[in-house]
Design a protein around this ligand. Sequence first.
Ligand code: HGY
Ligand code: MN
Ligand code: MN
Length: 400
Amino acid sequence: MWAELLPMGRSSASGGYRRYAWTGADADCRTWFQEQAEARGLAYETDRNGNQWAWLGDPAAGNAVVTGSHLDSVPDGGAFDGPLGVVSAFAALDELRGRGARFTRPLGIVNFGDEEGARFGLACVGSRLTAGALTVEQAHRLTDGDGVTLPRAMEDAGYDPDTLGADPERLARIGAFVELHVEQGRALDLSGDRIGIASAIWPHGRWRFDFRGEANHAGTTRLADRRDPMLPYAETVLAARREAELAGAVATFGKVGVEPNGVNAIPSLVRGWLDSRAADQESLDAVVSGVERAAREHAAAHGADLDVVRESFTPVVEFDHALRDELARILGGATELKVPVLGTGAGHDAGILSGRIPTAMLFVRNPTGVSHSPAESAAEDDCVAGVIALADVLEGLACT
Ligand code: HGY
Ligand code: MN
Ligand code: MN
């Protein structure tokens, strides 16, 4: 499975993945998912939001156990973020069949669409729509960098955007969702453990800062006469770093757009996106308001106008305690090792669904902690340990 997925959407220039929602690379991954489902005799379907499902047993029976993750990527992402959870789901089912396990609950494997939000700017679109955390009207307004709307992109990919919307009937059939994911930090590497269990996801969000000034000639415009929006933007990037350090949080300007984007033109517009996350809401609020305050001061000082728009926000997620303890009991019993319980600053579909159904996550050790980069890695032994741990969890939850 891993070898089949590896070439899909991989850039030969960067070695990273460009599997953006509803593109050709995404379609290749989706075809692969369907083939995996059908090769195992699972009932395959796409839901009203374009998420893919593979079922063993009849989900209408209810109280299903679902596992899976996503197959899309950030720009030049790594191979593991997302796909490891989907591949491990199919591999765990194979493992359980090899053990002769008998299922007492329906088992679902899912690939949630557009988890990273790389194309339309909002993360976890598939699970947000399903959970009713994103309205159809909001989804219809999502537009990519080329002006293509989400409904148009879905339609071009062969999906019907008219069906988009909350899917409470589907969620009502699910008793537990367990997402396996490569760790996106070094906690397991430092503790010497292969596998961890998630405790919580930090509150996080994305804010767009539009600095507007005046385009002019880079050679002839006196410094004193300029209204250059790049200057307050630069000050704002530095302020984000300072505010994050003060609050023990993280803040990143990782995407920027400049108009007209000419070497010899003072920009008319600099648009930067702030991604900020913190262990608690108060710290996150402190960072974002500190960054916005600095941005306003510097914009005023340079004669630029500023608009700040919150594009997305996900409050703190505490994963279901009973399910988390059940995972710890199952894995502790199987390995006689204590499985570490970790918080994370990364967002996941499991976090979005946690407000609606009991969810839990398993993390697989990442030896460098690097993620959202082509350098992301995980050792094969650790990935196999992840599959076995997921199989143990599914067996404990869904088998006699
Ligand atoms: O955490 C993120 O940026 C995304 O949800 N994976
Ligand atoms: Mn990611
Ligand atoms: Mn992910």
